[in-house]
Design a binder for this molecule. Structure first.
Ligand code: ZN
Length: 490
């Protein structure tokens, strides 16, 4: 596929042509979940957004190394340097080992991602498995003179750094804004300034997740894991760093500062951020009663939901909005997504049954060009969907005999639809999957119906009826028509 992909770079605040550092191999790092609770709607959007990016880069022919981390240590309750470790807290409340908590929720996250048809990344490193790398990274910052030790903890010297570089360049802040907006929390006495952030924290007596280091027995600051693991698996500089907009400050800002301080250059070339999800206009939060887990979504068990919404409905819903625009979950919007997804899948099924004519009255080249142009324009999935919908209309017209398509064009149309619907948008046809999750249903049904036609030709009505009734029983309706036989899943 020849094309120019443009991505919106948060760092430069404009769309830039994507030119990888090494054209043979694209490096992509995305901040993954902190595994202390059930995966929820807030996880679905970044997961689907960067899955779309991963899939499209592969469709463009790139080899991609996609690293998405698991945060299982060091993410403190206030997202800053204070409070109890989120995983240790859950472990204390449930009387479990912290690693039991991390393992349990990592598994739950993986299961939810599978349901959403989110591809597994190339590498999924755990923060707790990279303590040595994090200590080494802190040492580099220390040696470069941008860190100081205080009572066994190590802090990043933001003021010193800001004299040489710009602390706040990603989020468009300067140090003075940051001072005003930094909450005054307990235990900040160790720091020179409120805007300094922890690279290594000395563990208090009751803190259970702790490792030895040159400074104290303790644990790494939350921002350190992504710098250390990104550098380890993708090199000192890599192509794309992604995550939700809520991570832009302080997390990504601190990552940039850490990498620049330690290595003298920014770690990532393109910073890509997805926008957030609101629920009926409000931010999602436990205190608002609108915190919906993916399991509740798929089962329809949350009081705010009128019904269950399938994983593909949720995925389709996420893809219907551009990743940088806001997105509001409501029953109406989800119902519309469910209908849209259904219409698209019916179109794909009809396409599978189309018969070719001698000539075409439709221009099949148009679809691929529209899909490609849309994806190249900063992964504009809603435009891809709208092109596909236009083609569902044309497919129906061909099926009804109002338009015709040649054999060659039909092959081409099937290739492009498969590429964009299944490979790039990453949708699955849920109705055709059954328990095994495979897509052999159409072939099997056609095979049975061919046997039934033979039985009918031999006037073996018992076998013919048996096949028809058995299919009806499992929800496949057979329709005999003058020119043959048709079927659909009810
Ligand atoms: Zn991160």
């Amino acid at each position: 596929m020849d094309s120019k992909l443009f991505l919106y770079n948060t760092l430069t605040r404009r769309k830039e042509e994507f030119v990888p550092i090494n054209a043979e191999h694209v490096g992509m790092y995305v901040c993954g979940p902190t595994v202390y609770g059930d995966p929820h709607l807030g996880h679905a959007r970044p997961a689907v957004t960067f899955d779309l990016m991963f899939r499209y880069l592969k469709a463009l022919g790139y080899k991609v190394r996609y690293v998405r981390n698991i945060t299982d240590v060091g993410h403190l309750e206030h997202d800053a340097d204070e409070g109890e470790d989120k995983i240790a807290k859950k472990a204390r409340l449930e009387q479990l080992e912290p690693m039991e908590v991390a393992h349990y929720y990592t598994e739950r996250y993986h299961r939810a991602m599978d349901e959403l048809n989110v591809l597994t990344p190339s590498i999924e490193p755990h923060a707790s498995g990279h303590i040595i790398e994090q200590i080494e990274f802190v040492k580099k910052i220390f040696d470069a003179g941008y860190a100081y030790e205080s009572n066994g903890s190590v802090y990043f010297d933001a003021e010193k750094y800001n004299k040489d570089y710009h602390y706040g360049k990603l989020s468009g802040r300067n140090l003075d804004d940051i001072v005003e907006n930094t909450r005054n929390l307990d235990g900040q006495d160790d720091k020179k300034h409120s805007y300094d952030f922890a690279l290594w924290k000395k563990a208090s007596a009751e803190h259970i997740m702790r490792w030895p280091s040159p400074w104290s027995e303790g644990f790494p600051g939350w921002h350190m894991e992504c710098s250390a693991m990104g550098c380890k698996y993708l090199g000192e500089q890599f192509d794309i760093h992604g995550g939700g907009m809520d991570l832009m400050f302080p997390h990504h800002e601190c990552e940039i500062a850490q990498a620049t301080a330690a290595l003298g250059k920014d770690s990532a070339r393109y910073w890509v951020h997805n926008n957030m999800i609101t629920i009926e206009g409000r931010k999602m939060g436990k205190s608002y009663g609108n915190f919906i887990t993916l399991e509740e979504m798929f089962g329809g068990t949350h009081p705010l939901l009128n019904q269950a919404y399938s994983p593909m409905t949720v995925r389709f819903f996420v893809l219907q909005a551009h990743y940088r625009s806001t997105m509001d979950f409501s029953n109406d919007a989800l119902l519309a997504a469910e209908k849209g997804y259904d219409r698209l899948m019916k179109g794909v099924e009809t396409l599978g049954k189309l018969k070719a004519s001698a000539t075409s009255t439709v221009d099949v080249k148009e679809l691929e060009k529209r899909c490609q142009d849309a994806m190249n324009d900063d992964l504009n999935s809603p435009m891809v969907i709208s092109a596909l919908f236009d083609w569902v209309r044309l497919i129906n017209q061909i099926a009804e005999g109002q338009q015709t398509i040649s054999a060659e064009d039909l092959d081409e149309l099937r290739r492009v639809v498969t590429l964009y619907v299944f490979d790039v948008l990453g949708l699955r046809n849920e109705k055709q999957e059954g328990a095994g999750g495979n897509n052999m249903v159409p072939q099997l049904v056609d095979m049975l119906l061919a046997i039934r036609q033979e039985a009918k030709a031999n006037k073996d009505w018992a076998t013919s009826d048996k096949i028809r009734n058995s299919l009806t029983e499992i929800g496949i309706r057979v329709k005999d028509r003058k020119d043959g036989v048709d079927w659909e899943i009810e």
